[in-house]
Write a protein that binds this ligand. Structure first.
Ligand SMILES: Cc1ncc(COP(=O)(O)O)c(C=O)c1O
Length: 361
């Protein structure tokens, strides 16, 4: 292993379900990785099945059919899009393309863990900027930009806290970012955001050569297993990202499934409706239980148990429910719970209530 890579921490994924309880028994309810337990569009399933007969061919390296559909939907030029094997791949690609070895990358903390890994893999130096009131502190990040800064990671809405920053806050921030600094706007949960002042980044990046927005089909579209995400950027910026992209990095099934899922507005709407209603169920139950929680613009909620959440996490796991312990994010009294189907959410909340009884674990 290259000497420079030896300090890279192992990335902590949500415990894979098969290993979660160490006995080969899968938890019945898996709400740890912000997957969409409503599944995915039947149109995507049909398109994937139809595409199977073409698997002996190499994929279209430009993903032309998906590209033109998505560009029309987003009202951007097709040349402004870059596709990746999930947004994980695009995060790394952005670091390799825009962060020079020895430069600093500013990252909010806690936020998505891959920003640190991508920074280190590119030879950069991660510099963390703590959240303020559980939200990305744009003001402090802008203040910390120096001549040695190469890149800024922003997660909006933020994983794991669910907070968001507004269109005007983002514009003010970008005005303070000098041209030598590249800004990655990770919007993996964007579709779930309900607030009207959420940034319109597809329009924004066209005029901003030193920024890219990353989105994914893994969350609202429910296609995490297919591995497909995309970047939106000014055309020259997208072309720069494309230089290092592995050709072809996207399988035939991924392109077919993603393109078909874009056609199914009704499915997407049902996902967003479920999320809105079920989020409310969590909020109301947390209030009844006297627990603090963070308002979320995503498909997960963060709740504060007011004591080490580790034992409750372990007990829930024994009871067949996998959520995410806050210790993974340096928030040891919290749990992060993905919003799932109504019956899953009811099950988590019933168990949580039991876990908080004085006689419980
Ligand atoms: C903020 C954030 N960015 C990126 C990703 C990676 O998503 P993908 O499945 O598109 O690689 C995740 C996955 O959980 C995420 O939470």
């Amino acid at each position: 292993m290259r000497k420079q890579l030896q300090g890279i921490p192992a990335f902590l994924p949500a415990k894979p379900a098969s290993e979660a309880n160490g006995q080969g028994r899968l938890p019945d309810v898996r709400l740890a990785a912000n997957e969409n337990t409503l599944g995915f569009s039947p149109l995507a399933a049909a398109a994937i099945q139809a595409a199977v007969s073409r698997l002996y061919l190499y994929p279209d390296s430009q993903a032309s059919s998906l590209r033109s559909k998505l560009a029309a939907k987003l009202r951007v030029d097709p040349g402004q899009l870059v596709f990746g094997n999930g947004s994980f791949e695009l995060l790394s690609l952005a670091a390799y393309t825009f962060l020079a070895p020895g430069e600093e990358a500013l990252l909010p903390s806690p936020s998505f863990g891959w920003y640190r890994v991508a920074t280190l893999a590119a030879g950069g130096i991660p510099v963390t900027v703590p959240l303020r009131n559980h939200a990305v502190d744009l003001d402090e990040i802008a203040r910390r930009i120096s001549p040695t800064t190469g890149l800024v990671w922003l997660c909006n809405p933020n994983n794991p806290t669910g907070s968001y920053f507004t269109d005007s806050e983002l514009r003010l921030f970008l005005d303070r970012v000098p041209p030598h600094v590249f800004v990655v706007l990770d919007e993996a949960y964007r579709e779930f955001a309900e607030q009207e002042d959420f940034p319109d980044t597809a329009a924004l990046v066209e005029r901003c050569p030193n920024a890219a927005v990353l989105r994914t089909f893994s969350k609202a579209y429910g296609l995490a297993g297919l591995r497909i995400g995309y970047a939106i950027a000014a055309a020259d910026t997208a072309a720069a990202l494309n230089r290092l992209r592995l050709p072809p990095n996207l399988g035939i099934l991924a392109e077919a499934g993603a393109a078909a899922s874009l056609e199914d507005e009704a499915f997407l709407q049902s996902v967003l409706d479920n999320n809105r209603i079920e989020k409310q169920r969590y909020y109301e139950t947390f209030q009844l239980l006297g627990l603090s929680y963070l308002p979320s613009e995503t498909n997960f909620v963060m709740v504060d148990l007011g004591r080490d959440s580790g034992p409750v996490f372990e007990w829930l796991l024994q009871e067949g429910i996998l959520v995410r312990p806050g210790r993974d994010f340096d928030m040891p009294t919290w749990l992060r719970i993905t919003i799932g189907r109504p019956e899953e959410n009811r099950a988590v909340l019933a168990k949580l209530e039991k876990a908080l009884q004085p006689s419980a674990p």
